[in-house]
Design a protein around this ligand. Structure first.
Ligand code: GLN
Length: 485
């Protein structure tokens, strides 16, 4: 088999199960390509020699009933991995080695997967371009000058550049779907409570959710099946009946009702996004779906509400990085001085900005005016979706208001950076599942994604819609391997 790294997860699993490939063949192929792909800066920590040992061990006594038999996987560096450095893309955790494993990563190892390494991300998952990482920005395999999106930018680049067959990311306001859209890959943000948050470095706890990223919808369904589980170690984990997403996947979506929300037609949206959306509607119709115009009236308040709620929770979650318990510590004259120096030297600009906004909106006198109001808006946004779902089964929108932007383009303009999340954050505020699938290209040939938003716990429904539409779209990612010398 010549080109192992171009095979989808599903094909790799099939080949391993049929003994046409060994775990060692597959693992070595992805390592070899990863070695040649340093310029992308996808990895923060590589665990290649351990991966080869584990693959050999798997091959000695292969358990071929597993869902990810001997499959090498690199994961976002926000998941705690026992005895393997976990940085969250930050200086403050530059040398942090967890003593325990996140549930979601444990689930993939239990299914037979093998850790390749930890992938670059925005610092504490705060960002939309992977430019806030302490470990430097990631290059988009589509085009050297472009960001891969964020915060799961290293993950998206690693899947689209074929350094790993699949990966897991996290999505607080769009960090799986936006980078998927920027790199021509598939990304699913599950319903809040579907995947355990145990062992994930916390950003905004009421919004954070782990999810699969892959080359196609079938792989995404299989990975979701593996990572989604009820977990008593996470107090917000929900015990609902989970589907066997990959087995139950069907392209038969005839008669499904798909809503088109008029409020997502935002001012200044590029024509190509408008066109992509129109095409998406046609594809859905071709698959037998019924299209219904809907209204989500509070959409325009989602972004301001998110940028109050998320920083508020972040400021509280990040209070633990004080130089005492773990992580980086700066020298100080006394305790307070040490705290101040540790936090100002240990956190990057974006993280400090969020902490300041967060502590401000939570402070007495401003709590009612900002935080409480944002929570009320959040409820209204959730109500909008509840109302819409009386009429439709799912909602179709673009994933992002533009294709991947240039490195440096928005770095010094936080508001324009935040605006990139306009179509993704309402979903997190309402706790719903949503998938981004590659659906076309802009004039420059850069990928564009469509988002399908589902009802809570109806991951199967949106996976099916995505599966059917993917077939009609027949998207081809234009990767030239420019970084491989
Ligand atoms: N870009 C958004 C932010 O910076 C979302 C990040 C995320 O989903 N982790 O907050």
């Amino acid at each position: 088999m010549s080109d192992i790294t171009s095979l989808s997860l599903t094909k790799l699993v099939k080949n391993i199960k049929e003994k046409k490939l060994s775990s060692e063949d597959v693992t070595k192929a992805f390592i070899a390509r990863s070695e040649k792909s340093k310029e992308l800066n996808s990895y923060i920590t590589e665990d290649f020699s351990n991966a080869i040992d584990k693959a050999k061990k798997f091959d000695e006594k292969p358990n071929l009933n597993l869902k990810l038999p001997g499959i090498p996987v690199a994961v976002k560096d926000l998941f705690c991995t026992k005895d393997i450095r976990t940085t969250a893309g930050s200086k403050i955790l530059e040398n942090f080695i967890p003593t325990y494993e996140s549930t979601v990563t444990q689930n993939i190892w239990d299914a037979g997967a093998i850790l390749l390494g930890k992938l670059n991300c925005d610092e504490f998952a705060m960002g939309s371009s992977n430019e806030t990482s302490f470990f430097g920005n990631v290059l988009n395999p589509i085009d050297k000058g472009l960001v891969p999106g964020g915060s799961s930018g290293g993950s998206a680049a690693a899947v689209s550049g074929q350094l790993t067959p699949i990966t897991i990311g996290t999505d607080t306001g769009g960090s799986i779907r936006q980078p998927a859209s920027f790199t021509g890959t598939v990304g699913l943000k599950p319903t809040y409570g579907s995947c355990s948050r145990y062992g994930i470095v916390a950003f905004a706890s009421s919004l954070d959710q782990a999810g699969p990223m892959s080359q196609n919808v079938e792989d995404c369904a299989l990975l979701q099946e593996v990572i989604s589980s009820y977990d008593i170690k996470d107090s917000t984990s929900i015990d609902f009946k989970r589907n066997e997403y990959s087995k139950e996947l069907t392209k038969n979506i005839k008669g499904k009702k798909i809503g088109i929300p008029k409020e997502y037609r935002v001012e200044g949206m590029p024509k190509e996004i408008e066109e992509l959306w129109k095409k998406g509607i046609e594809y859905a119709k071709d698959c037998g779906a019924e299209i219904i115009d809907i209204s989500l009236p509070h959409t325009s308040y989602a972004l301001p509400a998110y940028y109050i709620v998320a920083p508020a929770e972040a400021s509280s979650n990040l209070a633990r990085y004080d130089g005492v318990k773990y992580g980086f510590r700066a020298k100080g004259e006394n305790l307070i001085d040490m705290y101040e120096k540790t936090r100002s030297q240990g956190f990057g600009d974006e993280v400090q900005r969020r902490i300041m906004i967060g502590t401000y909106v939570l402070s007495s006198g401003y709590y009612d005016a900002y935080y409480l109001k944002a929570q009320k808006v959040r409820k209204l946004i959730k109500n909008d979706f509840d109302e819409a779902y009386k009429k439709v089964d799912a909602i179709l929108t673009p994933s992002t208001p533009s294709s991947a932007f240039k490195i440096g383009e928005k770095k010094n303009d936080p508001v324009s950076m935040y605006l990139n999340d306009i179509f993704t954050v309402p979903v997190n505020l309402a706790g719903l599942p949503a998938i981004s699938i590659p659906a076309g290209h802009d004039a420059a040939g850069h990928p564009l994604g469509l988002q399908i938003i589902g009802k809570a716990f109806k991951e199967q429904e949106i996976l099916n819609l995505a599966y059917a539409m993917e077939d009609k779209i027949s998207f081809k990612n234009k990767i030239t391997d420019w970084w491989i010398k």
